[in-house]
Design a protein around this ligand. Structure first.
Ligand code: OAD
Length: 249
């Protein structure tokens, strides 16, 4: 059993974290897809930091839900497993299944990590300690790089930016090694071509492609089986079914 799981904001929706697009996607009448850009940061870095600080606080208070735990269960039970997440939250890393957590080498956060900040100019980056991020508690302020004094920015990928080549290589290595028996795509509008591309390669000619989304399907054209349900109810059942097939085959 060789598995790829691809997740987006929808898997964290039931933990109380708003998605980017669709209902509840707006923050103070601002469109998140416009805030997550270099041009938003250039024109108003304080409002962008404020948005990220609020999201950090919200994520710290949130707990992984049954869908995150089911992904950890699958990681524990599959022969080979990889999780490609577009989420910058840490709920996949915190989710455990009977004490088991997804090993770091089986997880790629392709859009970065919200708890990291990085220098806008140089290579410096840091994981901000819990609740002690530079300027975290202030409602305004743009943190400065301790090395060179340039502005620090959130360690995430913004629209129009390239992905981290090391993360790309990790995903490529997994999906190109050999096709998966099942690919599960959860809670994403699949807005980026590279996500479609990796999904297609991983599925190959014979793999099962399962898409979990209560509102829309984006992969039916690739032959996906669409499970029209919220992730926290659908995924634990699907994972149980997949693992049961494995034990009986
Ligand atoms: P979106 O906000 O675009 O899509 C979330 C999807 O989750 C929608 O299709 C919803 O129908 C679905 N959804 C909502 N509740 C759900 C639930 N309980 N269970 C399952 N699905 C549910 O989020 P992403 O596709 O992750 O990028 O967005 C992709 C990227 O665009 C993000 O990583 C971010 C964003 O802007 C960057 O910041 C670069």
């Amino acid at each position: 059993m060789r598995i790829l799981v691809v997740t987006g904001a929808g898997i964290s929706a039931e933990s109380g974290i708003p998605t980017f697009r669709g209902t509840g996607g707006y923050w103070r009448n601002l469109d998140p897809t416009k805030l997550a850009t270099q041009s938003a940061f250039d024109s108003d870095p304080e409002i962008v930091w404020q948005w990220y600080r609020e999201r950090r606080d919200m994520i710290r208070r949130a707990q992984p839900n049954a869908a995150h735990r089911a992904v950890a269960q699958l990681s524990a039970g599959a022969d080979e497993f990889f999780l490609l997440t577009q989420n910058v939250d840490d709920l996949h890393r915190r989710a455990d299944w009977n004490g088991y957590r997804i090993p770091p080498d089986q997880l790629a956060q392709i859009h970065g990590d919200i708890f990291v900040s990085k220098c806008e100019r140089g290579d410096f980056s840091q994981a901000d300690p819990d609740g002690e991020d530079v300027g975290e508690r202030s409602t305004a302020g743009v943190p400065r790089c301790p090395k060179c004094g340039a502005r620090m920015r959130p360690g995430v990928v913004w629209f129009g930016e390239g992905l981290d080549p090391r993360e790309v290589a990790r995903v490529d290595n997994y999906v190109r090694a050999r096709p998966c028996s099942a690919v599960i795509v959860v809670g994403t509008t699949v807005a980026f071509d590279y996500i479609v591309h990796w999904t297609r390669i991983a599925t190959g000619r014979r793999g099962r492609l399962i898409e979990i989304n209560p509102d829309d399907s984006f992969l039916e054209k690739l032959g996906a089986e669409w499970v029209k349900e919220p992730a926290a109810s659908a995924l634990p059942r699907i994972v149980d079914e997949l693992l049961a097939t494995r034990t009986t085959s």
